[in-house]
Design a protein around this ligand. Structure first.
Ligand code: COI
Length: 355
């Protein structure tokens, strides 16, 4: 597709030298914008990032008809080339989110072309330090001015990018999670598998309370029984019990993470016993008390692979055992980063080079 690119004459790139990098505190100079109206997507344009003028009747503001993605561009540690990780999987998931939210989808080719052109335009914004990257945030939202509850007749697809450090500022420190006993993130038949704003909005109140209590994240439990682990909001969750790695199966209430799938693929490659199934808090408690809960970790684009030390359920601490042996968490993190930064072979062709 043809993408018109109009670059800024007042870049703020020097912020990268002046300010410490966190997750999402600095944005790059440009944005991509593409409008859907009268049944079709129009041309895409990259232009200097600026506020979008929005009437208060813009539908997305009222009923939350909006979806997004999260992906990163990496600068190769050895060759300096820019890389995307599994962009076709983000395209596929965005299409699934769009379908659920009654939003017109983009073709995978168009999505990847738009993301690639944004990365080319913002190449100078891709950090050099290993572990840092250019976070890419594509969103699609209902831009029509109306107030009836129905799918909008106009949408905007926008991409912004942000140079980022790892999501968890604690770095390698293992996370403390609170299993949320009262609120739920998603219900069967709802939107849990889609990347849509409302799923995140629903977690803000409980997350603020958990943070006040000193926890890093929430472990969401199933809506029916509040017994089975689902995901951690910003990442999928994995448990190593004995010699088996388990992650909750994609039941429709869990986000199908690209990093989650990469972890499962690597475990398969390595011949590590693994399964996708329900995991109850009762099972985790029993495993911990027998010293069999060897490792827990989260997996996500922003978080990458993040070790978890404990889950607090109604005041009771479920802790990983001290004698975990060789850390699978670390091996997974090293391998995924190694592929993303072009340091080791990429046997599954997960990387798309951007030249
Ligand atoms: C991602 O990992 O890209 C996410 O979307 C998590 C995020 C909401 C920070």
């Amino acid at each position: 597709m043809d993408i018109n690119v109009r670059t800024t004459d007042s870049s703020t790139l020097d912020r990268l030298d002046r300010e410490p990098l966190a997750f999402g505190n600095i944005f790059s100079d440009h944005m991509l914008i593409r409008r859907w109206a009268e049944g079709a997507w129009g041309p895409a344009e990259i232009r200097p990032r600026e506020p979008l003028a929005m009437d208060p009747t813009t539908l997305a503001l009222h009923y939350g008809q909006t979806v997004f993605e999260g992906m990163k561009a990496y600068r190769g540690s050895v060759d300096g080339r820019l890389r995307l990780f599994r962009p076709a999987d983000n395209a596929r998931r965005l299409a699934q989110s769009c379908e659920r939210l009654a939003i017109p989808a983009l073709t995978a080719d168009d999505f990847i072309a738009c993301v690639s052109e944004m990365v080319r335009t913002e190449h100078a914004w891709v950090p050099h330090a290993r572990g840092e990257s250019l976070y890419i945030r594509p969103i699609i939202f209902a831009s029509e001015q109306h107030i009836a509850v129905r799918p909008a007749l106009e949408y905007l697809f926008v991409i912004v990018t942000a140079p980022v450090a790892p999501y968890f500022a604690s770095g390698a420190k293992a996370l403390r999670l609170k299993a949320e006993p009262r609120y739920t993130r998603a219900v069967p038949g709802g939107t849990g598998f889609a990347k849509t704003a409302g799923n995140y909005a629903a977690t803000l109140r409980p997350m603020a309370s958990a943070s006040d209590e000193g926890f890093d994240q929430i472990l969401w439990l199933d809506a029916n029984e509040h017994e089975f682990a689902e995901e951690a909001g910003q990442m999928n969750i994995f448990f190593r019990i004995g010699d088996e790695v388990i992650t909750p199966n994609l039941s429709g209430t869990i986000l199908p993470g690209v990093t989650r799938d990469s972890v499962l693929t690597l475990l398969k490659d390595w011949g590590v016993k693994h399964s996708e199934r329900k995991v109850s808090v009762t099972e985790l408690k029993a495993a911990a008390s027998e010293g069999e809960l060897k490792e827990m970790f989260g997996a996500g684009t922003a978080a990458v692979v993040a070790p978890i030390q404990s889950i607090n359920y109604m005041g009771e601490e479920i802790h990983v055992s001290a004698d975990a042996g060789a850390s699978l968490t670390q091996r997974l993190l090293d391998t995924i980063l190694g592929i993303q930064y072009g340091e080791i072979p990429d046997p599954h062709q997960w990387i798309l080079n951007i030249d």
